[in-house]
Structure formats: structure tokens, C-alpha cells
Design a protein around this ligand. Structure first.
Ligand code: NAD
Length: 460
């Protein structure tokens, strides 16, 4: 049973009042409360692993391995990290405040929760994109509205059941809805909004937030390029690109979208890509995810049909199963349909380009969330880094920069703003409040600022 009733405007308004008054009571500021809720979330995951795996299988035909490694393990890692650091991070820190404020007086940077935050998640990792930001929001002491994606209805229904059972309802509320319901929710003033999804909706969220001057983190996507240079280890590149394109059936925000192959290695790359797709499919065909819904299936099928490139592998589409076989398209040009938007599919368009041409094309497109370089030469890698921008970069692999402990994860330009993971997540949901107590006993020295003014005293 996956269909649920969306949160009504009255329910939302009542939840809003509850969360406002809980925050005002300082309940969520207590470190004990934060740790308790983080541990409760751990148990929510631990005691419901089978249900979570089943929900994601219903959603995407996804194998348990991918759900456990790419959703559950990540959230649990975040919980452990926050539990380990919450005492230290919530204490704030002493700035390098100079002799007057730092040595003679006392200056302090307090870390304070922002208030009531709204977390809106995407469907492709419906658990991680909802609960990982929540870990940071709890650790920082906020009240939280959780809005899962309605396009992942099995996960949404599971969370509707589990969240009230495990988490403190006076401070954490799960709310549901599609565009119309979210639109109404956005009329309320939040103290912070954390959104994961596409850029089109990201603009709607940021516009609505701006009316209340609400700060926003936007975790968006984009067309992440893969550059395979003439010095690359082609076997490794082919294997890892094929693996990424099969991960969640290519429906990963960080996935390599299109591939720039140097003319010197192009043919061999295509041949090895086919080899690795064959190999992975031969041993694990039933294990790979399918496309989320018919609408996305039709979108991808349309892009493929309109492409002027040459399909050299795959191209098989089965709408009943929402299955798209991994597909390699060669001779793709920059004005091709496959280059017109983020593919979010197991399709690998290949463009013949040496490093400088690849850089020119990348610079002509919006900054992506990830950029992937397969090269054995540091000078070549540095040249690409110096002449491009992206949320993050992985060298000789794809996507793994998102898993670097204590490193920020986020986009730049059209791939989003703000970041999270570890301390960056804690800070995203915190206000750093400067507090200073200048020395009272130094009045004789500090009185230089009072009238009558003496310009000689301004020159120090
Ligand atoms: P989406 O933009 O369609 O929807 C995301 C959320 O926005 C959902 O919860 C949905 O209910 C809400 N929403 C949809 N339409 C709305 C509207 N008109 N007004 C208000 N809210 C609305 O995104 P998606 O299709 O769910 O996700 C795919 C996109 O997300 C891709 O671009 C992908 O790259 C990106 N993504 C980014 C990350 C990241 O961490 N940066 C992670 C996963 C996905």
C-alpha cells in the first residue's frame, strides 16, 4: 500500500505552530535532545532495513546492495559523525580576535540553530536526500519539516509510518504533497530551506524563500562531463564509466552525463565500454535499477530518438518494465538532443574532443555538480582544473568526491549553492553569532571614541 493522503493546509498550519512553539521553548537546543533524536533515527534505519530495501525495490527495481551502500550507509555514517562531534561543534569557537577583543576582552562565535527548517527531497535517492540533511539539522538543534518526494511513493508511505513512531513529533514533522501542496507550504516563513532536486524547481523554491529572506541551500544537478584524455588508462575509464551509468540506472545527480574522448583513444574507449557493459549485464542484469516512471522513460526515449548520433551499443527500450539497456551513442555533437538536458539515464553520449576542445565546450555550458577526468598526467589534470569549474571533481573515477569525509558536497552556479556533509552540514543549519565582551576596566583607553572628537586619536 503506497498511496497516502497529502498533508492538508490545516494540518500543515497546525504543525507549523507546533514546531514554532517547540523551537521557542528551547527544547531542540539541548544537546541531550539532539543526541537522542540522532540515535532514534539510527534505530529507525536499523530496525526497518528490510522495509527500506523493499520500498526502494518497488520504486526503482533497485537491488538491496545499492540501497544499503548508497542510502542507508551514508545516513548512518552521518549520524555517527554528528554524534562524535556534536559537543565540539555546538560549543562554537574562539576567533583570532586580536589583542583588544581576544586577549584583553572575550570574543566568541556561538553556534545557534536557525529555527524551523524545511527539507525537500528528490526521488532518485529518496531516503538519503531527505534524511542526510536532517541529520545535520537535528545536530544543529533545529525543528524540522521533512518533505519527501511524491515520485517515490513507496518510500514516502514508509516514512509517513515510521517518522512519527521514532522521532519527536513536537519538533520533527513529515509532510507530504506535490507541487501544489509545496507551493502552499512555501507561503509560510521558514528560518531555513534545504532543497534537493532539479534547477527549475530550485528557482521556484529560492524565489518563494526570498519573499521572507529565508536562507536556502540548493542541491541541484546538471550535465557532469567526463573527460578521457589521450594519456588515460582506458580500461579503468571504461569500467568505471560503465559502472556509473548502471548505478541506479544512471539516475544519480553526480553521474557522468556525457563523455569527451580524445581522438587518439576514442575507438578503444568505445570498444572497452561495450566490453564492460556486456560483462556487468551478463553477470548482474537482474540487479540493475529501472527508470522511476513512465514520464521519465518517455522523456529519455524522446531524447534518444531525436539524437543524430550513432547508437553503437544498447538502444533497447521496454516501456512496460521501464527498462533502458545501457546505450552508447557516438558522433554526438554539442547541439544534439542528448546534450540538451541532464540525461539521468544509462545513456553514454560520446563526443570526440581533445582536452582543449572539451574545456571550451564545458565552459560554454552551466557549471556542473561534478567533473571527471581520466588522465595519467598531473599537468593535464591541472590544466583542466585551472580552466573549468564544478561543484566537485573526481580524478580517474566518477562520483566519489561526494563520499570524502568532512569535505563539502554541493554545487556551484546552476548546480546549486551552499553545501553539506560533516561540519559543512552542521554549519549550513547553524547561525554563527559573534559575541564579544570588551574589557570594562579599560575605559580610560576606550574612551578615545567619545566626543569631543580628536582627529589625532583616529590615527593609530
Ligand atoms: P524535482 O525538482 O522534480 O522535485 C524535487 C522536489 O521538489 C520534490 O520533493 C517535489 O515534490 C518538489 N517539487 C516538484 N515540483 C515543485 C513545484 N512546482 N513547486 C514546489 N516544489 C516542487 O526534482 P527531481 O526530479 O525529484 O530530482 C531530480 C533532480 O535532482 C536532478 O536534476 C538531480 O540531478 C537532482 N538531484 C540533486 C542531488 C544533489 O545532492 N545535488 C541529489 C539528487 C538529485
Amino acid at each position: 500500500m503506497t498511496s497516502i493522503e497529502y498533508t492538508s493546509p490545516e494540518e500543515f498550519a497546525s504543525g507549523y505552530r507546533t514546531l514554532q512553539s517547540t523551537f521557542a521553548s528551547n527544547r531542540t537546543k539541548s544537546i541531550k535532545w539532539r543526541k537522542w533524536q540522532l540515535k532514534q533515527l539510527w534505530w529507525l534505519l536499523e530496525q526497518n532495513l528490510d522495509k527500506i530495501v523493499d520500498a526502494l525495490h518497488t520504486e526503482l527495481n533497485r537491488h538491496a546492495f545499492e540501497t544499503l551502500t548508497m542510502e542507508v550507509r551514508g545516513i548512518k555514517g552521518d549520524i555517527v559523525d554528528m554524534l562524535e562531534h556534536i559537543d565540539e561543534w555546538s560549543q562554537g569557537e574562539k576567533p583570532d580576535a586580536g589583542f583588544l577583543f581576544g586577549t584583553l576582552g572575550k570574543a566568541w562565535l556561538r553556534k545557534e540553530p536557525l529555527g524551523v527548517t524545511l527539507i525537500i527531497a528528490a526521488w532518485n535517492f529518496p531516503l538519503y536526500t531527505l534524511l542526510s540533511p536532517m541529520v545535520a539539522a537535528i545536530a544543529a538543534g533545529n525543528c524540522i519539516f521533512l518533505k519527501p518526494s511524491e515520485l517515490a511513493p513507496a518510500t514516502q508511505a514508509l516514512l509517513v509510518d515510521l517518522v512519527p513512531k521514532y522521532l519527536d513529533q513536537s519538533a520533527i514533522r513529515l509532510v507530504t504533497g506535490g507541487p501544489a501542496e509545496v507551493g502552499r507550504m512555501l507561503e509560510f516563513k521558514f528560518n531555513h530551506i534545504f532543497y534537493t532536486g532539479g534547477g527549475k524547481v530550485g528557482r521556484i523554491i529560492a524565489t518563494a524563500a526570498a519573499k521572507h529572506l529565508t536562507p536556502v541551500v540548493l542541491e541541484l544537478g546538471g550535465q557532469a562531463p567526463v573527460i578521457v584524455t589521450k594519456t588515460a588508462d582506458i580500461e579503468l575509464a571504461a569500467k568505471r564509466i560503465a559502472h556509473a551509468k548502471l548505478t541506479n540506472s544512471g539516475q544519480v545527480c553526480l553521474n557522468g552525463n556525457h563523455i569527451f574522448a580524445d581522438p587518439a583513444v576514442h575507438d578503444r574507449l568505445l570498444e572497452r565500454l561495450q566490453f564492460w557493459f556486456d560483462k556487468f549485464l551478463e553477470t548482474g542484469n537482474e540487479q540493475f535499477a529501472t527508470i522511476i516512471n513512465e514520464r521519465h522513460f518517455d522523456r529519455i526515449a524522446g531524447l534518444l530518438k531525436s539524437s543524430a548520433g550513432v547508437v553503437v551499443y544498447g538502444g533497447d527500450l521496454d516501456r512496460d518494465r521501464k527498462y533502458i539497456k545501457p546505450t552508447i551513442v557516438r558522433d554526438v555533437t554539442t547541439d544534439d538532443s542528448l546534450m540538451s538536458e541532464e540525461l539521468f539515464a544509462p545513456i553514454a553520449p560520446v563526443i570526440v574532443a581533445d582536452v582543449d576542445r572539451a574545456i571550451r565546450i564545458i565552459r560554454s555550458m552551466p557549471p556542473p555538480l561534478g567533473l571527471y577526468i581520466f588522465s595519467k598526467e598531473q599537468a593535464e589534470i591541472d590544466h583542466i582544473l585551472d580552466n573549468t569549474t564544478s561543484g566537485g571533481v573526481t580524478i580517474n573515477d566518477l562520483m566519489v568526491h561526494a563520499g570524502v569525509p568532512h569535505a563539502p558536497f554541493g554545487g556551484v552556479g546552476e548546480s546549486g549553492y551552499g553545501s553539506y556533509h560533516g561540519k559543512y552540514g552542521f554549519d549550513a543549519f547553524s547561525h554563527t553569532r559573534t559575541v564579544v565582551a570588551p574589557p570594562t576596566w579599560l575605559e580610560a583607553v576606550m574612551s578615545f571614541r567619545y566626543a569631543p572628537f580628536d582627529v589625532k586619536k583616529a590615527k593609530f
